[in-house]
Write a protein that binds this ligand. Structure first.
Ligand code: NAD
Length: 472
C-alpha cells in the first residue's frame, strides 16, 4: 500500500469512528454525563462536542462554574485525601487535605485573563484570550486530585475542554473526583463532558490521546518519560516535568531557621511535592552545627551503615541498569524508611537525614522520600557548583539559606530554576499558603511557562481597528 493510500484508509477509519462516537456519545451529552469513558476515542469526541458549547457560553457562567468547582473541592477535600492516600499509598492524609483546600482557594481563575488594549493615532487595538480547543491533560500519582482540579480550572477558564489520561495508580480516585466535578459543572450551567477521562488509562490510551488530530495541545505533568513522550507527539506541549531541588546553606546562614524550614518543606506529604527539598549542601565550617540543629528540631540522623541499609531497599534497578526510587518507599512515612535502616521510630518523626557523598543515589535521584542526604562542601563556590550539578538542569526549584546578598545573587543566577526560595521552606515558592504570589500545580520548567495560569492555556488574539473608534 502506498503512503497516500495508507493515509486515506487512516482518515476514512477516523471518520467512521467519529461518526460512531457521535451516535453513542450524543445520548450522554444531552442529559448528564459522568465524563468517565471506557474508550479514549469517545472521551475525546465527547470533550470536543462540549468545547463547542463551552466556547460560546457566557463568561458569567464560566465564572459561576469555576466558583462552584472551588466549593466542591472544599466540600470533598477530606474524601479525596483519604481515597488518594488509600489508592496511591503515598503521603499523609492531613497534608493532602491541606493540598486540596489550597488548590481550591489559590488556583487562579478568570481574573487571570485580563484583556489589553492600546489606543493611539493609528487606531484601537484589543487583545483577548481564546481557547485552543480540547487539551490533553496527563496527571501524576503524587497529587492526583489537586492536579486534576488545578488543570481543570486553568484550562477551562479560557474556553477549553480537557481529556485526562490520569496515572494508572490513581485511576479510581481520579474517576471519583472527575464525576463529581462534572456534576458541578453541569449543575451550574456548563455542558456535559467538559472534562473527560478514560476509565483504564494505559500507555496506549495516552498515545492515542496525544497524537489525536482533535488535540492541539498537551499538558504533561510527571517525570522525564512522560515529558519525552509528549514532545514526541510533535505538538505544542506545556511540560510540568521533574525537579530535584537542592538546598544550599552557607556560613552566614541562620542554621536553626534553616533546620526548621527544611523540615517544614521536606516533611510535607512525605516529600512528594516536586518543589520539596531533596538534598542539602552545607559549607564545612558550619556543617556540624547544622547537623546538630536538625537533630534538635526532631529529625533523626542516620549513620553511614543505616543510610546504606535504607538505600538498598529504597532504590531498584531498572531494565536499563539504572537505579530508580522504589514505589514501595516513595512518599512513605519516615518511620517506614527508618525500619529499612533497622530503626524502630515513632510516627512523630517526620524527617530522617544523614551525611552522604555527592554521587549518592539519594542526592542524584528525585527520590520523593522524607530522607535528606547532606553533603559537606569546602566553601560557597563549591556549594553553588554542586547544587547546580545536582539539579540536573531541570530548571525547577532551589533553596538557599544565606545572609550574604552576593552569594544569594550568585546562587540564583547559577541555578537558573523557575523557583528560588531564599531563607524559607520550599512551599513559600508556590503561592499564598506559605509565600506570596499565585499558585499552580503545573510548574512548566522544560517548556518555560513557569508556574502556569489560565493565560498559558489560551491563544492571544488581537483585533486592530485602523484609524477609527478611538474615543479620546
Ligand atoms: P510519572 O512520570 O510516573 O507519571 C506521570 C504521568 O505520566 C502518568 O499519567 C503516567 O501514566 C505517565 N507516564 C509514565 N511513564 C510514561 C511513559 N513511559 N510514557 C508515557 N507516559 C508515561 O510521575 P509520578 O510519579 O506520578 O509523579 C511524580 C513526578 O511528577 C515527579 O517527577 C515530579 O517532579 C513530577 N511533577 C511535576 C510537577 C510540576 O509542576 N513540574 C507537578 C507534579 C509532579
Amino acid at each position: 500500500m502506498s503512503d497516500i493510500d495508507r493515509q486515506l484508509v487512516k482518515e476514512i477509519a477516523r471518520k467512521v469512528i467519529e461518526e460512531l462516537n457521535k451516535q453513542s456519545v450524543s445520548a450522554q451529552s444531552i442529559g448528564t454525563s459522568t465524563g468517565v469513558y471506557d474508550d479514549i476515542e469517545k472521551a475525546i469526541f465527547a470533550a470536543k462536542e462540549a468545547q463547542k458549547i463551552w466556547h460560546n457560553t457566557l463568561k458569567e457562567t464560566r465564572e459561576k462554574v469555576i466558583c462552584a468547582l472551588r466549593e466542591t473541592m472544599h466540600e470533598h477535600a477530606e474524601a479525596f485525601a483519604h481515597r488518594a492516600h488509600e489508592e496511591t499509598g503515598m503521603g499523609r492524609v492531613e497534608c493532602k487535605i491541606i493540598k486540596h483546600h489550597n488548590a481550591a482557594d489559590a488556583t487562579p481563575g478568570m481574573e487571570d485573563l485580563e484583556t489589553r488594549s492600546w489606543s493611539g493615532d493609528k487606531g484601537l487595538v484589543v487583545e483577548d484570550y481564546a481557547p485552543y480547543g480540547v487539551i490533553a491533560g496527563i496527571t501524576p500519582s503524587t497529587h492526583p486530585i489537586p492536579v486534576l482540579f488545578n488543570s481543570t480550572v486553568i484550562m477551562i477558564a479560557s474556553g477549553n475542554s480537557v481529556v485526562f489520561n490520569v496515572h494508572p495508580a490513581a485511576k479510581k480516585v481520579s474517576a471519583f473526583a472527575l464525576e463529581i466535578f462534572n456534576k458541578t459543572i453541569q449543575n451550574n450551567g456548563g455542558p456535559a463532558d467538559l472534562i473527560t477521562m478514560v476509565r483504564e488509562p494505559t500507555l496506549q490510551s495516552l498515545n492515542t490521546l496525544m497524537t489525536h488530530p482533535n488535540i492541539p495541545i498537551i499538558a504533561a505533568t510527571g517525570g522525564p518519560a512522560v515529558v519525552k513522550a509528549a514532545f514526541d507527539a510533535g505538538k505544542k506541549v506545556i511540560a510540568a516535568g521533574p525537579g530535584n531541588p537542592p538546598v544550599f546553606i552557607d556560613d552566614t546562614a541562620d542554621l536553626n531557621l534553616a533546620a526548621n524550614h527544611i523540615i517544614e518543606g521536606a516533611a510535607f506529604d512525605n516529600n512528594i511535592l516536586c518543589i520539596a527539598e531533596k538534598e542539602i549542601f552545607v559549607v564545612a565550617s558550619v556543617f556540624d552545627a547544622f547537623m546538630n540543629a536538625m537533630s534538635r528540631v526532631g529529625a533523626v540522623r542516620l549513620n553511614r551503615r543505616q543510610i546504606e541499609m535504607l538505600t538498598e531497599k529504597a532504590f531498584e534497578k531498572g531494565k536499563d541498569g539504572h537505579f530508580y526510587p522504589s514505589r514501595h518507599y516513595i512518599g512513605k512515612n519516615a518511620n517506614v524508611l527508618g525500619r529499612a535502616a533497622g530503626l524502630d521510630l515513632s510516627d512523630d518523626v517526620r524527617v530522617l537525614f544523614g551525611e552522604t557523598e555527592f554521587g549518592h543515589l539519594f542526592v542524584q535521584e528525585e527520590q520523593m522520600m522524607p530522607f535528606l542526604p547532606v553533603v559537606k562542601v569546602s566553601d560557597r563556590k563549591e556549594g553553588i557548583r554542586l547544587a547546580v550539578k545536582a539539579e540536573h538542569k531541570f530548571g525547577h526549584t532551589a533553596v538557599i539559606y544565606s545572609n550574604h546578598l552576593e552569594t544569594i545573587t550568585r546562587f540564583t543566577k547559577a541555578i537558573d530554576t523557575d523557583i528560588v526560595v531564599v531563607n524559607g521552606p520550599s512551599l513559600a515558592g508556590n503561592g499564598p499558603r506559605a509565600g506570596e504570589g499565585y499558585f499552580s500545580h503545573t510548574i512548566s520548567s522544560p517548556t518555560g511557562e513557569g508556574i502556569c495560569t489560565p493565560r498559558n492555556f489560551a491563544r492571544v488574539r488581537r483585533l486592530s481597528i485602523y484609524k477609527s473608534l478611538q474615543i479620546v
